[in-house]
Design a protein around this ligand. Structure first.
Ligand code: AMP
Ligand code: GLY
Length: 437
C-alpha cells in the first residue's frame, strides 16, 4: 500500500486528500500541516502540525512515517526547498524543486524566463532594484501600470493603477515602500480583460491540461470590496470559459508547455508537479498575468471534485517522471465553488467562533479550510473557512447546488451568492465583446 505524505492543511489540501482517497488503491495518507484540520486529521494515518517551511522537519516526519511518495499543496514549502529535501531523502515528490518554483516566488524571474526563451504573451515589463528609472517607465506606460513586489507576498504585493494606485505619485511611494523593505519589484503594463486559470500536470516530459477555471478575488457581490485569497470559482461543462475561444485555450496551453520546457532548460531539472498559469483574455489574445507552482485555491476544489481517473497514479506519475495521461480526466460537468468566510474578512475577520456543520454533515463536496478544533468543537480560524462545491450538467444547476449548501451553515460567516450566476458570467462575456468587438 502506498504511503503518501501530503504537505499542507487547508481546503485545497482537503480536496487533494479526498481525491487521493477516491483513487482505487486506498493509500495510507500522512499529513504535515501548519494547523490541525479535522477534515484531514480524522482520516489521516499520521498527522503532525508544524513548520511546513522547515525542510528538515518535513523530512524527519516523512522518514518516521516511512513515506514513499509526497505531494506539496502550498507555495511556501516549495520556495523553502521542501521538495528538494524530500527528493534528496529518496522520496519522489509532486511539487517542483526550489529553483523551478521561482516561476512563482520571483515575478522578475518569471518575466525574464519568458523573454529569454521567446515565449510570447507577457505584457511590457521592467525589473527594478531601486527607484532609478521608475518615473521614465511609468510615463512610457501612460497611466496603465501594475507594480509587483518580488517574492511570495500572499497576494498583497501587487498594486494596479486605477484600483489600488490612483497616480504615478502613489506608485512611486509604493515602490519606495518595497525598496525600503529590502525587496525588488517589477513594473508592468496593465492588461484589461477577464481572467482565467489553466493548470498543467507535468512529470518533466508528458503534460495534461486541466479544464479552465475562473476565480473571484474581490470580497463582495459584484466584484467589489477588498482583494482576498479568492472567494470562489466556477468551471463549465465544455472545460472552457464562456468568454474564451479555442485559440485562447490553445495559446494558454502552449504557453504552459513552453514555460515547462524553458524551466527545464534553464535549471537542468524536470518540472514535476502542477504549473498554474493565471491568464487574462484581452482585446488581442491572451496575456500571462502570473505563474504559480501549485494548484490554485479555490480552483483546486473545482478540479478535484470533477476529477475522474486515478489521482494517486497521477501524483505518482508526476513525482517519478512516469505520468500516464490516461490517469487524468475530468467529468464534463459544470462546477461552482463558494467559500464561506468570517464576517470582517479579509481585513478584520471574526475568529475562534464555533461552526455548526450539522446541516451539511453528509456533504461529499465540503472542504474545510481555515478551521481549528478545541475540545472537540470546530472553530473558524479567521481566514477562508469552508468551501462548498456544486456540480451539474449546467452552470445554473452547479451554482444552485453550491448555494443551497452555503446557506445552510449558521453563524457570523458570509459568502458571495453571485459566484457562478448567469448575471456575473454575462458581465465577463460583455467585457470581452466590448474589447474584441
Ligand atoms: P498576481 O499576484 O501577479 O496574480 O496579481 C494579482 C492580481 O493583480 C491578478 O489576479 C490581476 O487581477 C492583477 N494583475 C496582475 N498583473 C496584472 C497586469 N499586468 N494587468 C492587469 N492586472 C494585473
Ligand atoms: N486562486 C488564487 C491562488 O491560488 O493563488
Amino acid at each position: 500500500m502506498t504511503k503518501i505524505l501530503l504537505i499542507g492543511s487547508g481546503a485545497r489540501e482537503h480536496a487533494i486528500f479526498k481525491a487521493l482517497l477516491r483513487s482505487n488503491e486506498s493509500p495510507e495518507i500522512q499529513v504535515f500541516g501548519s494547523t490541525v484540520n479535522p477534515g484531514l486529521s480524522g482520516q489521516a494515518a499520521a498527522y503532525t502540525s508544524g513548520p511546513m517551511t522547515d525542510p528538515e522537519a518535513v523530512v524527519q516526519f516523512a522518514k518516521k512515517s516511512a513515506s514513499d511518495l509526497a505531494i506539496v499543496g502550498p507555495e511556501a514549502p516549495l520556495d523553502a526547498g521542501v521538495a528538494d529535501a524530500l527528493v534528496e531523502a529518496g522520496i519522489p515528490t509532486a511539487g517542483p524543486l526550489k529553483a523551478l518554483a521561482q516561476i512563482e516566488s520571483s515575478k522578475g524571474f518569471a518575466r525574464d524566463l519568458l523573454q529569454e526563451y521567446g515565449i510570447p504573451g507577457s505584457p511590457a515589463y521592467r525589473r527594478f532594484t531601486s527607484l532609478q528609472g521608475v518615473d521614465g517607465f511609468l510615463a512610457e506606460l501612460n497611466g496603465h501600470f501594475v507594480v509587483k513586489a518580488d517574492g511570495l507576498m500572499g497576494g498583497k504585493g501587487v498594486k494596479v493603477s486605477g484600483e489600488h494606485l490612483s497616480s504615478e505619485k502613489e506608485a512611486l511611494s509604493w515602490c519606495r515602500e518595497i525598496v525600503d523593505s529590502g525587496s525588488e519589484f517589477v513594473i508592468e503594463e496593465k492588461c484589461v480583460g477577464p481572467e482565467f486559470s489553466l493548470f498543467t500536470f507535468s512529470d518533466g516530459k508528458s503534460v495534461v491540461h486541466s479544464p479552465l477555471v475562473q476565480d473571484h478575488k474581490r470580497a463582495y457581490v459584484g466584484d467589489t470590496g477588498p482583494n482576498t485569497g479568492g472567494m470562489g470559482s466556477y468551471s463549465m461543462p465544455d472545460h472552457r470559459m464562456p468568454f474564451t475561444d479555442e485559440s485562447d485555450y490553445r495559446a494558454a496551453a502552449e504557453m504552459n508547455e513552453k514555460t515547462l520546457e524553458a524551466l527545464a532548460s534553464k535549471t537542468g531539472s524536470p518540472y514535476r508537479g502542477i504549473l498554474y498559469g493565471g491568464f487574462m483574455a484581452t482585446a488581442d489574445g491572451i496575456r500571462l498575468i502570473e505563474y504559480n507552482a501549485r494548484f490554485g485555491d479555490p480552483e483546486c476544489m473545482n478540479l478535484l471534485t470533477l476529477f475522474e481517473g486515478n489521482f494517486l497514479a497521477a501524483v505518482r506519475g508526476m513525482a517519478t517522471g512516469t505520468l500516464d495521461p490516461s490517469s487524468i480526466s475530468f467529468r464534463k460537468e459544470a462546477s461552482v465553488c463558494k467559500y464561506l468566510v468570517p464576517e470582517g474578512y479579509p481585513d478584520s475577520p471574526k475568529k475562534l467562533f464555533p461552526i455548526d456543520l450539522s446541516a451539511v454533515a453528509d456533504c461529499r463536496d465540503l472542504y474545510l479550510g481555515s478551521v481549528d478544533e478545541r475540545d472537540g468543537q470546530l472553530l473558524a480560524a479567521g481566514s477562508r473557512t469552508l468551501a462548498f462545491v456544486g456540480t451539474g450538467p449546467t452552470l445554473a444547476e452547479a451554482e444552485a447546488a453550491a448555494e443551497a449548501l452555503a446557506v445552510k451553515v449558521p453563524g457570523p460567516l458570509f459568502h458571495r451568492p453571485d459566484i457562478g450566476t448567469s448575471e456575473l458570467v454575462q458581465k465577463r462575456i460583455d467585457l470581452i465583446k466590448s474589447l474584441r468587438g
